[in-house]
Design a protein around this ligand. Structure first.
Ligand SMILES: C[S@@+](CC[C@H](N)C(=O)[O-])C[C@H]1O[C@@H](n2cnc3c(N)ncnc32)[C@H](O)[C@@H]1O
Length: 297
């Protein structure tokens, strides 16, 4: 595996993220948190991710309460906020983009939820060794040419036996999003011509990419190998999200799409009760979770 020079990588990606987050502050994009009855696709997707994280934390039973939870590359901070509200964790947030942290702070303030925010680089987390019980990251590690580098930092700041939950979204043009690419191009063109809805200048025409940052094409096996190399024991890997994002859509139609996704999950729960209704085959999955533990000693 090639060792990457972190300073070169950060110097390239940070301005892209700063611009992306400065454009989204105050828009609907900065408010994707939902506890039930999602109205938009992004609320629905994140609700499922947050529930999966909550279940994983609940089944991890350390003696210490409240749990100290760090979200790395937190962006809007909503995954940590969900667990703060639902499980009463002590949230720590870090991201190298100050603009992202401003959005995260707004989101926590709205819920009057406490959190500690530290601007910092995932290559060198600004936290002491063994200071966290749980470390999570969503949509972050696929942006590192060698994810073992930030994962080693995640391992360092965890207590022995601590829990790491990482949701990764590799670039997979052949996942289920493939069925919506052409439709999304048409919808974007219609939106541009007619001017309805909210423009999302941080997205490309396929409505799935943020901007010109590195994103790996490698799948779960690559992340599993990096997880072990960073010093973790893997508990499980889950391929999730069998639904494409159809975007842009008028709000009423998007609401119906979300109800359709919920109905699909309800049917799966009814007829395949032993399977995760949000699970997907590796080919179709939009992303995967790696759930791992730092060794006890
Ligand atoms: C695709 S966004 C995901 C944001 C958030 N986790 C979410 O799910 O909405 C990736 C995030 O990682 C942050 N990030 C990328 N590279 C980083 C680095 N080297 N150190 C710290 N944060 C980084 C970006 O600023 C951005 O907020």
């Amino acid at each position: 595996m090639t060792q990457i020079d972190p300073s070169m990588h950060v110097a390239h990606d940070k301005p892209v993220y700063d611009q992306r987050w400065s454009k989204s502050r105050g828009t609907k994009d900065s408010r994707i948190l939902c506890f039930r009855w999602p109205k938009t696709q992004v609320e629905f997707f994140y609700l499922q991710y947050n529930r999966l994280i909550r279940r994983s934390i609940e089944s991890y039973a350390p003696k210490r309460r409240p749990l100290r939870l760090l979200e790395v590359g937190c962006g809007r901070g909503t995954a940590a906020l969900f667990q703060t509200v639902e499980l009463g964790v002590e949230a720590y947030l870090t991201d190298f983009s100050f603009d992202a942290l401003k959005i995260a702070r707004d989101n926590f303030s709205e819920f009057e939820a406490p959190c500690r925010i530290v601007q910092g680089d995932a290559y060198q987390l600004p936290l002491p060794d063994r200071s966290m019980d749980v470390v999570i990251s969503l949509g972050v590690l696929e942006h590192f040419p060698d994810p073992a580098q930030p994962m080693a930092e995640m391992c360092r700041v965890l207590v022995p036996d601590g829990l790491m939950i990482s949701m990764n979204v590799p670039e997979r043009p052949d996942n289920i999003q493939r069925v919506a690419v052409r439709l999304n191009r048409h919808l974007s063109a219609i939106q541009r011509a007619s001017g309805w809805g909210e423009a999302k200048p941080w997205l490309d025409a396929t409505r799935s990419k943020t901007g010109d940052v590195f994103r790996t094409y490698d799948g779960a096996a690559h992340f599993a190998e990096a997880t072990r190399r960073a010093g973790f024991h893997i508990e499980r890997i889950e391929q999730v999200n069998p639904f494409p994002t159809i975007d842009p859509l008028p709000r009423a139609i998007e609401w119906l799409v979300v109800r359709g996704y919920e109905a699909f999950m309800a049917l799966r729960s009814r007829f395949q009760p032993r399977n995760n209704p949000y699970g997907a085959s590796e080919r179709n999955a939009r992303c995967h979770f790696v759930i791992a533990r730092k060794p006890p000693t």
